[in-house]
Design a protein around this ligand. Structure first.
Ligand code: PGA
Length: 251
């Protein structure tokens, strides 16, 4: 049985004080709600949010991490730094990192392997652009992102990997994939995981959908067989919008 997993990617939004306020509201409003919930503030907002959610089950994650241990890497943040804060989860390979900051599948794989070696849990993002979808390359793109992104990752390590399928054309655009399209892509990803790791791992792997998720479409998406949760951007920036999405996962 896969437990629903709803995550909020705050991107480059919310200062430490704003983040602490939202985290405290979520802690309060999600008390007793039996859904796995994660929020991912910016690096500088992490300490305030870690403090604010203490005593709750809300997971606090980073949005990115270095593939290096330490050293002369200006502007980078290491797994050790995150873990020292009590942050053991990280989003890797978000499409904005891929497209604006040049992260490719090989680099993403180095981050995945290094973060796993440091005991972290990973939300690995994959997804096609509109041109790739229109050009009939959906499967080829997902296959490359999954196979390269997870290269040298063991079946045991898959217990610490969540996949987020986020069609790039649906992110921040208000355009959501239909639940049929999303479920098809999720089924394809689950099949890829089965071919790499076997049926049990494939059946246990959480695959979130991301791309303009809101309370009005979350229910239909989450009802689909292969959609186990959501990675939410814009609608994770206020408790009013995010809490109802989390509650959709209960139904
Ligand atoms: P969005 O972002 O919900 O604002 O479309 C999703 C994401 O990028 O994770």
């Amino acid at each position: 049985m896969r437990k629903p997993y709803i995550a909020g990617n705050w991107k480059m939004n919310l200062t430490p004080s704003e983040g602490a306020k939202l985290a405290a509201e979520l802690k309060d409003q999600l008390k007793g709600v039996d859904v796995k919930v994660m929020i991912a503030p910016s690096f500088v907002t992490l300490p305030a949010v870690v403090e604010a959610v203490k005593g709750s089950n809300i997971i606090v994650a980073a949005q990115n991490v270095s593939d290096k241990e330490s050293g002369a890497y200006t502007g980078e943040v290491s797994c050790q730094m995150l873990k020292d804060l009590g942050v053991n989860d990280v989003i890797i390979g978000h499409s904005e990192r891929r497209s604006y900051y040049g992260e490719n599948d090989e680099w993403i794989n180095r981050k995945v392997k290094y973060a796993l070696s440091q005991g972290m849990n990973i939300d690995l993002c994959v997804g096609e652009t509109l041109d790739e979808r229109k050009g009939g390359h959906l499967k080829e793109v997902l296959s490359r992102q999954i196979k390269v992104g997870l290269s040298d990752v063991s079946a045991k390590d898959m217990e610490r990997i969540t996949i987020a399928y986020e069609p790039v054309w649906a992110i921040g655009t208000g355009m959501t994939a239909t639940s049929d399209d999303a479920d098809d892509a999720h089924a394809y990803i689950r099949g890829l995981i089965e071919s790499l790791y076997g049926k049990t791992v494939a059946e246990n792997t959480i695959i979130q959908y991301g791309g303009s998720v809101k309370a009005s479409n979350a229910k239909e998406l989450l009802a689909r067989k292969n959609i186990d949760g959501a990675l939410v951007g814009g609608a994770s920036l206020s408790a009013d919008k995010f809490v109802p999405i989390v509650k959709c996962a209960l139904e």
